[in-house]
Ligand binder design. Sequence first.
Ligand code: ZN
Ligand code: ZN
Length: 440
Amino acid sequence: MSPRRAVRLLMFACASALVATGAHARDVARDKAAIDASLDKTYPHLDALYRDIHEHPELSFQEAATAAKLAKEMRALGFEVTEHVGVTGIVAIYTNGKGPMVLVRTELDALPMEEKTGLAYASHATQMLGGKPTPVDHSCGHDIHMAAWVGAAQQLVAMKASWHGTLMFIGQPAEETGGGAEGMLKDGLFARFGKPDLGFAQHVGPAPYGSVSYRAGVNSSNADFLNVTFHGRGGHGSMPNLTIDPVMEAARFTVEVQSVVSREKDPFAFGVVTIGSIQTGSAGNIIPDTAVLHGTIRTFDAGVRAKLLEGIRRTANATAAMSGAPAPEVEFISSGKSVINDAAITARTEKVFKAAFGDRAVYAPQPGPPSEDYSEFIIAGVPSLFWGLGGYDPKAIAAAAANGQTVPGNHNPYFAPTPEPTIRTGVEAMTLAVLNVMNP
Ligand SMILES: [Zn+2]
Ligand SMILES: [Zn+2]
């Protein structure tokens, strides 16, 4: 441990003790009022940045223009910015005296899908994916996170007289495909820039805007991609007896694999298997050679995960055996481990969120089924809190619920958070959470 880090840790330990005993606790209402007043002036700039990023989304590891925009913003605020950390990642450091080093992370990437919101600032962008031009959409809301990330940096710099420490703001590529957080770590994120004492990140979702939700412990799922290739023997559609039909294998497997979830897994334990893509065949009268399936597997618990992976592999092998086909290729690729929130940081931040947002600060009773590679930073030794940020008009949520429906969630082509209240709450929550651990 470097002397600098030892001093930082000691300072942080002292700061934690002070916060825990209530001494030197910040006046959250006063901080929030200061942030709100400042946002009244700075929001138009954040709004323009948000719309620009939304209209020009970029796919995982292709976020060159997005990263350059953020780097420019952070340099203008006085951060020392390094680009191309883990391909397209950026690291922005702001040192303000002795104190803890705090990680604040946003993702940079968007999704390969067509936006259908019809918004004035909707994306019409395409990028190459697998050699094909593909529509791109910020339908996971990472554009909201980026605007709130710049906004929080702006606020923290404006309030620098009232805190001490080092900010490590990172723009992480490729959250959607997985590999972005890992790529930054492998490129020496902590070795080159220092290892943060703690970290924060937030994610927008279809909850009421103005609200935040958080929980200690498991916050999101383990995610594994599933790739299965069934091999058959192609031939004429009128003579199936001379073939081994991989379309039949794909169909059987898609149905049978759900019995692993419903019959083998503990019904009280969370576990999901979804086959989202089946690619096979070219015409109705041709039996193809192969069928390729892609899916996703989500779990909270490592034991449940192992059980599902074993059951899926066994089901794929048995399906092929039923058809007298060769063994299939079955591949699992981990794209994110569960985010496990630190209990002490959660408790400390909860007090601030309650003081700032009242009953719109909600303790989440359950983890969320999506997954996140922010877990890589936690596994690498940065205790953290990752919270949820509401993005929709409460009236729209209530109207949808009255019809037995929900507003469009993340990864839906109609996903459309309301920018201003969502970004403002994101800026407030992030700024207050960081200030709370950086007391002088
Ligand atoms: Zn997503
Ligand atoms: Zn996301």
